[in-house]
Structure formats: structure tokens, C-alpha cells
Design a protein around this ligand. Structure first.
Ligand SMILES: [Zn+2]
Ligand SMILES: [Zn+2]
Length: 350
């Protein structure tokens, strides 16, 4: 089968023929991939920017961690899943033997693997995953929307970490899919105003407005984030700021509009350290928190949203492509003239 792989610790990806994964082992299922999204982190892996060296010892590996598909085969010792079920796997896989895994926090596991980063993922026709990682989707779920579950849950998790409340004023720095998903989640939690900021990012800022943002700011047009933001909010500082840019300077930018006792959540992957004024942070009693990946409760909630309000998530997807056109999809993603690009290993339906 065709698979899009990272084969060496250097820039680039290779579309190559590989063997199919074979029969699932005990506790596993084989999934025929229906749809798999290209993530910002996949683009970083393509470019081989700093922050992904942890993958080096696992190469070659097939990318693709945001996906859904139908179960093609069920291994021994699996219950509750059957051939033909539409599922979306949670990509972080714990060892299921340590105390963190036993407590329901596989993302804390020191032995965890991530489908599509440190074990083979979904940019291929078939992928094998542990049955326990699968979230069963509601009948009638659109597979293209289900490929959005992972980023939607990362956004929901970040909104939980930031403790967004009804009536809050929220700033999201970065209009990529994670920034958009945070805007979606903050809006669902009842935020009164959700401002999404970007820099020369017209297409993705437009998408942000369709998925929950109330306002957008193109920072190419303003020299000062604080004055541009306060002009939009009638002088009110942000209750919660989310950073989803990966640019270290945006942490200080975000703190410049955060109210006293406010929370800044960093969700970006930064290639270099950030400089922040800690004394101001202390005196303003602000909190800086990190948010990464997601937990199963978010997946259950977001899986329901896909079936109850599909139109509120459909604008996330800009483009669907066959696997053979994947590199073109990566180039479009990097150029930021589209929002989410979804690959269809079985072909794009007419
Ligand atoms: Zn992702
Ligand atoms: Zn573990």
C-alpha cells in the first residue's frame, strides 16, 4: 500500500510502497483509513524544524495522527468493537501498565507512543492501533468531520486548561487549526468575545470567524497588539489568552493584554525559548499554563458535537485530496492559504 513516511531525520517526506500492517495482534484493531488531516505538527516534521528530534529513533514512520476509519479486522481479546464500526483513535497510546495509565492519564505515561509520530499512522490505506484507543463514532457521522476530532479535542482541552468561563473575553494568538479549535471551544463554553489574531493570514482568519471567533486581528496591519485588542473590546483586557503560534515572542505579546489574575495558556510548539517579564507576571498574579494533546472525555463530547452540529465544524476543512497528492497538500498547508487539508487514502468521493 502507498504510505507517506518520514524516513530520515532531515527535511522532506517520502510517498512509498510499504507492506500492509497484517492481522491485528491481541488487543488491536486494523483500521481502513477514511480520512486523515494534515496537522501543523506534520508540516513541522516535513520541514524538520527543531522540537521533533524525539522521532529520530523511531524512523521510518508513517505520519497521520488526526483520522478516522472503519474497522477492517479485530484482533484477539478485543471487546466492544466489530468489523465495520466507524472509529476515531486517540493518538496518544500509554503502556497501560503504569500508575498514570491505570489512573486514566496515558498522556502522562513515560512509555507512551503517538500514532503518526512514533508509531505508524494514518497517511496510508491501513493502520493498526490498540482497540482501547478507539472512540466509536455515532451512526451517520461524516468521516471528513471525524478527522477533525483530534484538533477539536486539543482545542477543548486547552479551553479546559484555561478555565474559560461564560462571559469571558478571550484572545487566541494564531489562526491555524489549533487556534481555530480553541476559538470553537471557547465559544461553546460561552465566552462573550473571542478574538483570533494572526499575521498575514487572511484565509485562516476568515475560517476562524466561521468557527467561533467574534473578531479577528491581522497584526500585519497594527504595530501594537494591545491597542488593537483594546479597541475591539471597549478597553477590556483578556480574561484568558491562548498562544497557538509557536513563536516565542507571542508569549510576551499575550501577557501584554492579559488582565491581572488572568491565565495565559501556551499550546504552541516552540523551537526556541521565550523571554518573559516574570516580575510583571508575579505582580499581576498571572498564570502561565501549558496545554498539550487531549483526554478521552473531550473525545466523547466532541464526537456528539459532530453529529448534533456538523455545520459548526464543517468550515474547518478547506480541501480534500487523495494520498497521491499529499505533498501538494503539505505545500498548501505551509503556504497558509488553506485551513485544514484532509487526505482520503481510499480516494476523494466525486
Ligand atoms: Zn495534530
Ligand atoms: Zn503507562
Amino acid at each position: 500500500m502507498l504510505a507517506l513516511r518520514k524516513t530520515a531525520p532531515a527535511p522532506g517526506l517520502v510517498l512509498q510502497d510499504v507492506a500492509e500492517p497484517g492481522r491485528p495482534e491481541a488487543g488491536e484493531v486494523l483500521i481502513e483509513v477514511a480520512a486523515a488531516g494534515i496537522c501543523g505538527s506534520d508540516v513541522h516534521v516535513y520541514d524538520w524544524t527543531d522540537g521533533y528530534a524525539f522521532m529520530s529513533s523511531r524512523l521510518p514512520v508513517t505520519l497521520g495522527h488526526e483520522f478516522c476509519g472503519r474497522i477492517a479486522a479485530v484482533g484477539p481479546e478485543v471487546s466492544g468493537l466489530a468489523e465495520g464500526d466507524l472509529v476515531a483513535p486517540i493518538p496518544t497510546i500509554g503502556c497501560m501498565r503504569c500508575t498514570d495509565c491505570a489512573a486514566g492519564f496515558p498522556q502522562r505515561c513515560n512509555f507512551r507512543r503517538t500514532v503518526g509520530l512514533t508509531r505508524d499512522g494514518a497517511f496510508a490505506r491501513f493502520v493498526r492501533v490498540p482497540a482501547l484507543s478507539c472512540v466509536k463514532l455515532h451512526p451517520g457521522t461524516d468521516p471528513v468531520l471525524a478527522a477533525l476530532l483530534e484538533p477539536l479535542c486539543v482545542g477543548d482541552n486547552a479551553a479546559n486548561v484555561g478555565d474559560v468561563h461564560f462571559g469571558d473575553v478571550v484572545l487566541v494568538l494564531g489562526p491555524g487549526t489549533i487556534g481555530q479549535a480553541i476559538a470553537r471551544a471557547a465559544s461553546w463554553r460561552g465566552a462573550a468575545q473571542v478574538v483570533v489574531a494572526g499575521m498575514n493570514d487572511t484565509a485562516r482568519l476568515a475560517t476562524a470567524l466561521q468557527v467561533g471567533a467574534t473578531d479577528t486581528l491581522d497584526l500585519a496591519l497594527f504595530s501594537n497588539l494591545r491597542s488593537a485588542f483594546l479597541a475591539l473590546t471597549n478597553g477590556r483586557e483578556a480574561d484568558v489568552v491562548f498562544e497557538a503560534t509557536g513563536h516565542p515572542a507571542s508569549i510576551a505579546d499575550g501577557l501584554s493584554v492579559l488582565r491581572k489574575d488572568g491565565v495565559l495558556v501556551s499550546a504552541g510548539i516552540h523551537a526556541t525559548p521565550a523571554q518573559i517579564d516574570l516580575t510583571a507576571l508575579v505582580r499581576n498574579r498571572q498564570q502561565l499554563r501549558g496545554a498539550h494533546a487531549s483526554r478521552r472525555p473531550s473525545w466523547e463530547i466532541m464526537a456528539r458535537r459532530l453529529i448534533e452540529m456538523p455545520e459548526q465544524v464543517r468550515p474547518f476543512v478547506s480541501l480534500q485530496l487523495g494520498l497521491e497528492d499529499a505533498i501538494g497538500g503539505f505545500e498548501r498547508s505551509r503556504a497558509r492559504d488553506v485551513s485544514k487539508v484532509v487526505l482520503r487514502p481510499g480516494g476523494v468521493p466525486a
